[in-house]
Ligand binder design. Structure first.
Ligand code: NGQ
Ligand code: ZN
Length: 465
């Protein structure tokens, strides 16, 4: 009973007491967070717990997930079978197109709810949903253009996760305005229908407490300079996300089309700034790497998916040295865990450069802390919402680590984040709050049973790639 109540009561003012919390200035002790309407209204350290709910464990800011295609959770594990030719990103994409052939709005809602519950259990308190499955199975728009967007919103309400909805502008199938292929029929809009969809999507997210909206031109492959320009001109604010330079073939095709590499082209032709989030940005020259950092754009890394799809490895140390900002996303949702994405990122850097502690910024800093703080900053910027820190004015998105866990009980401070990142993964996450509402207890989402049952029914029907 009480659990249901915690999910649904509008969050009146409340106070939470933590023995330890990671604040913007570092670790603080005996911390009381006062939360009003989902927002942190006051932070006091060295405080008494009187009048506050005492929460055992270590409070850290919830991690924003800056890139997800929720529906792809439903095909996790189904594409690991060797095909007739050498498998690659592109053969995976064929299977993905097949998977969406028959997905209904109900399916998408059920899969998204399951993915979002897992995100919350995995330490992600918000999701930037890069949403492109717009139309019905014949490629015709639904009666409500934003039918599918409203299902994403419903899954957010169901699970309590925060949302930045990114309706995707997908116009063509390749550089230079190539005609879309059959498998892309459910994604395609021209600028005017896309802008209408965007307006309807703004309405669709209104019932979600913790939500905002941006746009996502899918990739340079999916737009032309003209149609991209038209959409950008019509949307003067909010985050802009785009897949870019993920595959070598994509870089080659872009060179063939324009004589420039994707990031080089973008930096030259579009006013890239802090609104921009470049997803993957895997294959870059040093000049492009530094160019993104100088533009103030975020690089959105999805290390588990990038490994699964055989994309390649982003250049971390040079980007960070140049002051670049990055965050992490779960993308194809093959495995959903914030610590897991951070670990995979660090490990790929270690393998690429044959070094250790690649991301720590100075002697004496631990890698777990550095990874976590980098990704909070990038994730919040990419989400365009007031999240990513336990400080006044931010949403009360809180992840609580279990400091009695055998791998955490003997250490303190930054070492908690090292243990959670490299050793325990999400098993050290005990509680999660979004906008001050508790949604995870003992590592389990409050609605896990119901959401799982619904998901099971859907995937049993779909699991035949
Ligand atoms: C996507 N996913 O939109 O889901 C893409 C594949 C494409 C990743 N790029 C399709 N990881 O890029 O054309
Ligand atoms: Zn993606």
């Amino acid at each position: 009973m009480q659990r249901t109540k915690a999910m649904h009561t509008p969050s009146a003012a409340k106070k939470l007491f933590f023995a330890h919390a990671l604040l913007p200035g570092g670790w603080a002790h005996d911390v009381v967070l006062t939360i009003e309407n989902g927002v942190i209204a006051a932070v006091a350290d060295n405080s008494s717990s009187a009048g506050a709910e005492i929460v055992s464990g270590v409070a850290v800011p919830g991690m924003p997930n800056l890139h997800s295609h929720a529906f792809q959770r439903g095909m996790a594990g189904l594409t690991e079978l060797r095909g007739e030719t050498q498998d690659s990103f592109w053969t995976w994409r064929q299977l993905m197109y097949r998977f969406i052939d028959t997905l209904t709005p109900d399916d998408v809602e059920a899969i998204a709810a399951y993915a979002y519950a897992e995100m919350l259990e995995g330490g992600f308190t918000s999701v930037a949903e890069f949403h492109y499955l717009h139309h019905d199975e014949h490629g015709a728009p639904y009666g409500d253009l934003a039918e599918m967007a409203s299902r994403i919103a419903a899954a957010c309400i169901d699970t309590g996760i925060g949302l930045t909805l990114l309706p995707v502008f997908y116009n063509f199938s390749g550089f230079g305005g190539a005609v879309p292929v059959h498998g892309q029929r459910r994604f395609i809009n021209d600028p005017s229908r896309f802008l209408a969809l965007l307006e309807r999507s703004r309405e669709a997210i209104k019932p979600v407490d913790d939500a905002d909206i941006g746009i996502a031109p899918h990739s340079l492959r999916a737009v032309t300079p003209e149609t991209l320009g038209e959409v950008l001109k019509a949307v003067p604010s909010g985050p802009i996300h785009m897949h870019i330079a993920e595959q070598v073939k994509e870089v080659e095709d872009c060179l063939g089309w324009s004589g420039q590499r994707p990031v080089e082209w973008l930096l030259d032709h579009v006013a890239v700034d802090r609104r921009w989030v470049l997803i993957h940005a895997t294959h870059l020259t040093l000049e492009e790497t530094v160019g993104i950092a100088n533009a103030g754009a975020v690089v959105g890394l999805c290390p588990l998916t990038e490994a699964n799809l055989g994309d390649g490895i982003f250049e971390g140390p040079r980007f960070i040295e140049a002051g670049g900002v990055f965050g992490v996303g779960s993308d194809s949702n093959i495995e959903i865990t914030a610590p897991g994405e951070l670990k995979q990122f660090e490990y790929s850097q270690r393998l690429r450069h044959r070094i250790r502690n690649a991301v720590a910024r100075h002697a004496g800093e631990t890698t777990g802390r550095a990874l976590y703080e980098h990704a909070l900053v990038g994730g919040a910027q990419a989400s365009g919402r007031a999240i990513g820190a336990l400080s006044v004015g931010k949403r009360a998105d809180i992840v609580v680590l279990d400091d009695t866990h055998p791998d955490l009980c003997g250490v303190i401070g930054d070492r908690w984040l090292d243990a959670a990142t490299f050793v325990t993964g999400k098993s050290a996450i005990s509680r999660v709050y979004v906008g001050g509402r508790q949604v995870v207890e003992g590592g389990r989402h409050f609605k896990r049973a119901d959401i799982t049952e619904r998901y099971r029914r859907v995937v049993k029907r779909l699991a035949s790639l």
